[in-house]
Design a protein around this ligand. Structure first.
Ligand SMILES: [Mn+2]
Length: 286
């Protein structure tokens, strides 16, 4: 039986709002290690914080990405699956870089559930926030220093954005040029969850994806239900729809890894966001 390795990445400084690292710590604290659930350890940056040019905390981000990539690759080699707790969304880079390298880009896909596209580059980003460049980096778009962290680049047509609603002009451009598929948040609200799952299934089948990563940014959920996150966006999907996507995606045999990112306890209200993250974690670990 495949084991599931839970790895915490305690890093939240690729954005400019602090607290996502504390989110990682709290989520990890709530995990019980029994049965097939294993403690895969915690990654905390040792490099000093600091900006490199326009890029906020690039050094620490590179460090946690390299360390996670190495760890995650070993988990795949052992034939196991893994669940990464962040942290801001740059914390998920290492596991996807390892997955694409291990399984090969043709067969490897990413389901990216997030209000944002995270396909900014240092040239299109208005903020210089690295966590908004996660997918771009994986596809090999952006600053060489960042894209060099990813040995095998992810195929853009093997990426599906889900619950998207906030895209910069440069990101819209890349989506068009690279043929990235998107299921927008308003489509999910309008068409319902059954149709959404049908579309995700259609994407996996049509692309022939044999191994995928499920990346969950808690900001996919509407801020009225999940306020505890650094870059909230109005008109999100419901908690129920979010959890239904998680349930569906982890039940398929193609899943090899998952993550949950961007929970910030300092911005939470009455533990609402934390409760959703814990529900998602329970579903993933069950
Ligand atoms: Mn996001």
């Amino acid at each position: 039986m495949r084991k599931i390795s839970v790895i915490e990445v305690r890093f939240g400084a690729a954005g400019k709002i602090e607290g996502a690292e504390e989110g990682a710590r709290r989520l990890k604290e709530g995990i019980r290690y029994e049965g097939w659930v294993e403690d895969g350890g915690t990654i905390i940056p040792l490099a000093p914080p600091g900006d490199q040019g326009r890029l906020h905390n690039l050094g620490q981000m590179e460090e946690v990405t390299s360390r996670l990539r190495e760890k995650a690759f070993k988990v795949f080699e052992e034939g196991n699956v893994q669940f990464i707790l962040g942290g801001d969304h740059s914390c998920a880079l290492g596991v996807m870089a390892a997955g694409c390298e291990f399984f090969g880009r043709k067969d490897y896909g990413i389901l990216y559930v997030d209000a944002h596209g995270d396909i900014n580059t240092p040239w299109t980003s208005s903020t210089g926030n690295i966590h908004g460049m996660c997918l771009a980096t994986l596809m090999g778009v952006g600053e060489k220093e960042m894209t060099d962290l990813v040995k095998e680049k992810v195929l853009p047509e093997n990426v599906l954005l889900i619950a998207t609603r906030s895209l910069d002009e440069g990101e819209k451009d890349l989506i068009r040029k690279k043929g990235i598929q998107v299921i927008y948040a308003d489509e999910i609200r309008r068409e319902g969850i059954a149709e959404t799952l049908r579309r995700i299934k259609g994407f996996i089948n049509s692309r022939g994806i044999r191994h995928y990563h499920l990346s969950l940014d808690i900001d996919a959920v509407d801020p009225s239900e999940a306020p505890g996150t650094g870059v909230p966006e109005e008109k999100g999907i419901s908690t129920q729809d979010f959890l239904d996507i998680v349930k569906w995606a982890v039940a398929r045999r193609e899943i090899v890894s998952a993550d949950i990112m961007e929970f910030n306890p300092y911005l939470d209200e009455e533990g609402k966001t934390e409760a959703i993250c814990r529900r998602a974690s329970e579903i993933i670990l069950a």
